[in-house]
Design a protein around this ligand. Structure first.
Ligand code: ATP
Ligand code: MG
Length: 558
């Protein structure tokens, strides 16, 4: 997918209203957005929302969207993450404008602007100890007080800042602070640090710098240097907006982007914190960032979620300032609807029960469509023979009321095949049913039986034709809807011990040559995808369950 799909951002929201007004008033002739991830982890479903919003708005308004790495914390950042992020954005169906941007591209410019602030008496070097600095900062209810360093002369500050850059001082020995207002009711304006000393190897600038600019200072200037018109971020930055504006108002830069905030997406039964996702990876609670149970973009992809389905999800959850805690059913509904329109349907057996047909010999095959409404998906041959597998759940010796599947003496239709009656259930010494003896009505291949109605339809496979497959059944990763509601508690205690079940199942021969990442509907069981990494490795077929056919979330919660 190369071109940005249109209409991926939500139909109407407060940001679109702002953009409409800005275009109508002539404030902007075109819009320019950006998606600014820090390369310190893999992207998750919350980022997907932000990507769909930023790239989607640009596409809808025929504007542009940059991909800019906010790489100002060298210790936590890596090239692996940066590459994975680019792959994820592209996979979601978006293309950024021009080259990938990096905040580190602007390190020289950022340094020069800091010098400008010092020259204007608007920044100073402070060598208060971190404890003192905290104490001087005050609290929400108590004004801060000025550091003695606030009175340093411009010349002394310029000298100290140059020597900070030159590597004369130890890490943490001093910081450069913006000189704003120690008594501001907004703590972010109490002379925030804008540069710190940190000897860390940077993924792009290596060891060139031993001072790094802080996020708040870097972000607004990067936006302005790129001509961003609407800088969209999550609500926790609302209180940082005055600082965003203060920096741009006090340096010589021709562009002043406006920041707008929307609420973070939270998805039930999962977490959207990079730090916590990293913990799951490091503590091997999952197999990696792309474990199909992870809410990462790469995890969702490996699980079989489609890019179009995720984009549709982002559209449905919308953009607002109110809390955006969303039920998994919304995601799964969007994925299911997308797969419904593209996935070929085949039969597979997860929990086999053997059936012997006592009145049939040999084998036959019958042509069947891959999809009832999509003839373009073609057809395949479905095999029938005297030994079959059916799903163990589809037989009940003592059927509950309303049972439409197989029972002793009862009839069902085998999908794409005959009507079959169960004559005998064979049990082992423990009384467990190990085989069914059944007979077919030879007159019912593709025809209704004479004189009676057979309502139930079940799927099956011919034992001799079926292929063995590893089938990975995923369930929610956590046992509670908001595992990190208690910010200080250990969210790992809510991990669902049964979130992965691996079974040896059987699939139709028609899937034999499927490439990794091929989607199927296994009739009556759900949507499955061939695993991106393990399918066909060593000749083994490996399927991941993407989602069941019916919503099991809302029901369980009701
Ligand atoms: P951190 O900065 O703590 O590493 P982050 O989740 O903010 O974590 P970034 O890489 O800074 O990660 O995020 C990039 C962009 O994605 C930001 O604009 C951020 O606001 C947005 N974003 C992050 N998490 C969510 C979320 N849950 N919902 C919506 N947007 C999000
Ligand atoms: Mg961030």
């Amino acid at each position: 997918m190369s071109s940005a799909p249109t209409s991926t951002s939500p139909a109407s929201n407060f940001i679109r209203t702002i953009i409409d007004n800005d275009l109508a008033s002539g404030k902007h002739r075109a819009i320019q957005t950006r998606f600014p991830p820090e390369p310190n982890g893999y992207l998750h479903v919350g980022h997907a929302k932000s990507i769909c919003l930023n790239f989607g708005l640009a596409a809808d308004y025929h504007g542009l969207c940059n991909l800019r790495f906010d790489d100002t914390n060298p210790e936590k950042e890596s090239q692996e993450y940066a590459l994975a992020i680019q792959e994820d954005v592209r996979w979601l169906g978006f293309e950024w404008s021009g080259e990938v941007r990096w905040a580190s591209d602007y390190f020289d410019a950022l340094y020069a602007f800091a010098v400008e602030l010092i020259q204007k008496g608007l920044a100073y070097v402070d060598d208060l100890s971190p404890e003192k600095m905290r104490e001087y900062r005050g609290t929400l209810t108590q004004a801060g007080k000025n550091s003695p360093s606030r009175e340093r002369t411009v010349a002394a500050n310029l000298d100290l800042f140059a020597r900070m850059k030159g590597g004369e001082f130890a890490d943490g020995a001093m910081v450069l602070r913006a000189k704003i207002d120690m008594s501001s009711s907004n703590m972010n304006l109490r002379d925030p640090a804008i540069y710190r000393i940190r000897r860390a190897h940077h993924i792009r600038t290596g060891d060139k710098w031993c001072i790094y600019p802080m996020y708040d200072y870097t972000h607004c200037i990067s936006d302005a240097l790129e001509g961003i018109t609407h800088s969209i971020c999550t609500l926790e930055f609302e209180d940082h907006r005055p600082l965003y504006d203060w920096v741009l108002d006090n340096i010589t830069i021709p562009c002043h982007p406006r920041q707008y905030e929307f609420s973070r997406l939270e998805l039930h039964y999962t977490i959207t914190s990079k730090r916590k996702l990293l913990q799951l990876v490091n503590e091997q609670k999952v197999t990696g960032w792309d474990d199909p149970r992870m809410p990462t973009i790469s995890g969702m992809r490996r699980r079989g979620y489609t890019a179009a389905g995720i984009r549709e999800f982002a559209k449905r959850v919308g953009v607002a300032k109110s809390e955006n805690s969303v039920d998994m059913a919304i995601m799964e509904g969007a994925i299911r609807e997308d797969l419904e329109l593209r996935a070929p349907r085949v039969m597979a057996i997860i929990n086999p029960l053997k059936v012997t047909i006592t009145n049939f010999d040999g084998a036959l095959t019958r042509e069947a469509d891959f999809h009832p409404n999509l003839p373009e998906l073609g057809k395949r041959e479905v095999a029938f023979a005297s030994e079959l597998f059916i799903e163990a759940d589809d037989f009940a010796e003592v059927p509950p009321a309303g049972w439409k599947r197989l029972t002793l003496g009862g009839e069902i239709r085998l999908r794409h095949s005959y009507v079959m009656r169960c004559d005998e259930a064979v049990k082992d010494a423990d009384g467990k049913i190990i085989e069914l003896k059944c007979s077919i009505d030879h007159a019912t291949l593709g025809k209704n039986p004479e004189g009676r109605k057979v309502k139930g339809v079940i799927h099956f496979l011919s034992c001799a034709h079926a292929l063995p497959a590893e089938i990975r059944l995923y369930d929610r990763l956590f046992t509670v809807a908001q595992p990190d509601a208690d910010k200080d508690g250990d969210f790992c205690k809510y991990l669902n011990a049964d979130s992965l079940q691996v079974v040896q199942g059987w699939v139709e021969a028609a899937v034999k040559d499927a490439a990794p990442e091929t989607h199927y509907q296994f009739e009556r069981l759900g949507y499955f995808v061939t695993d991106r990494r393990d399918h066909q490795a060593g000749g083994k077929l490996v399927f991941n369950r993407t989602v069941t056919l019916k919503d099991s979330w809302t029901k369980e919660q009701a």
